[in-house]
Structures are given as C-alpha cells and as structure tokens.
Design a protein around this ligand. Structure first.
Ligand SMILES: [Fe+2]
Ligand SMILES: [Fe+2]
Length: 152
C-alpha cells in the first residue's frame, strides 16, 4: 500500500506512531471498499489522501495519554479546549496543551509538511480539509475520506 507514496511521503508515513500508521492503512482499505462501484472517483488520489491525511501527527509529538486527555477535553468542552490549545512541548501541562493543539491542527500541519516536500495540490487540499464540515462542490474523494476516517 505504501508504494503509492513517494520516498519523502513515505518518510512522513513512517514518522507517525504505529497506531496512527495502522489507522491510516485501515482508512485506505475502507476508502477503497467504499469507492467500489462509484464513478468519477480517482481511487489513486483517494488512497494517497488516506495514507497521508494524519501525517501532521508525528511520533513523539503527543503521548497516548495526552492524546486521550485531548480527546476527552474536546468532548467535554470543545470551545474552551480550542482556546486553551498551545503549540510547543515542555512540562506536563504544556504537553497536554500541545496535544490539544495537535488534535485541532493536525490537518493543517499535514498540509504544511506535504507542501514542503512537493506533494500535488489536490492531495494537500483534501488532507487539509478532512476534519472540516462538508461544503458544496467539494471533491468526492474528500467526502469518502471523511467517511472512511470516521469508520476507523
Ligand atoms: Fe485527522
Ligand atoms: Fe484520521
């Protein structure tokens, strides 16, 4: 599956934690399954987006525990969590704030990392919008990626 990625993209892929690597692979397989029989879908693009959508979360950025706290904080008080988020690791509290920051901003970071290595713009656009609410006239691959993501 990872052979769909160029070398620099593979480095971002391998830079994710193992659970995240497993997650994006599962998203890719689910997306392929959901795409079956649908027309006007670029499956190659879809798979590339699936494999790369979460590379903004690199290994060591956020511990599993901090990630759990970030998810809980977001569920309990999304607005407060968003304004409390802060980039940059440091002490215990800083690391939790950083985890919340990554939770909200990983699509943007994925897009920045991919732009740096010259990934094509249609992948970057879809990746950067994968947690945004659907809008009219968006690429069908984006809707499918969201669906596959939520199933994994
Ligand atoms: Fe994501
Ligand atoms: Fe994801």
């Amino acid at each position: 599956m990872q052979e769909k990625l160029r070398e620099a993209e593979q480095r971002l892929f391998w830079g994710m934690s193992l659970p995240d690597q497993r997650h994006v692979l599962n998203v890719a397989y689910t997306a392929i399954r959901l795409a079956a029989g649908k027309e006007n879908l670029d499956v190659q693009l879809l798979v590339r987006c699936a494999l790369l959508h979460d590379v903004g979360r690199q290994n060591g950025d956020v511990s599993t525990w901090d990630k759990i706290i970030a998810v809980l904080l977001h569920a309990a008080m999304p607005k407060a969590a968003m304004s409390w988020a802060k980039e940059g690791r440091g002490g215990k509290i800083d690391n939790v704030r950083h985890a919340v920051y990554i939770y909200f901003n990983h699509p943007k970071r994925s897009a920045i990392f991919l732009r740096e290595i010259g990934t094509e713009s249609d992948v970057i656009e879809i990746v950067s919008r994968h947690h945004k609410a659907p809008v009219k006239d968006e690429p069908p691959e984006l809707a499918l990626l969201r669906q596959a993501d939520s199933l994994n």
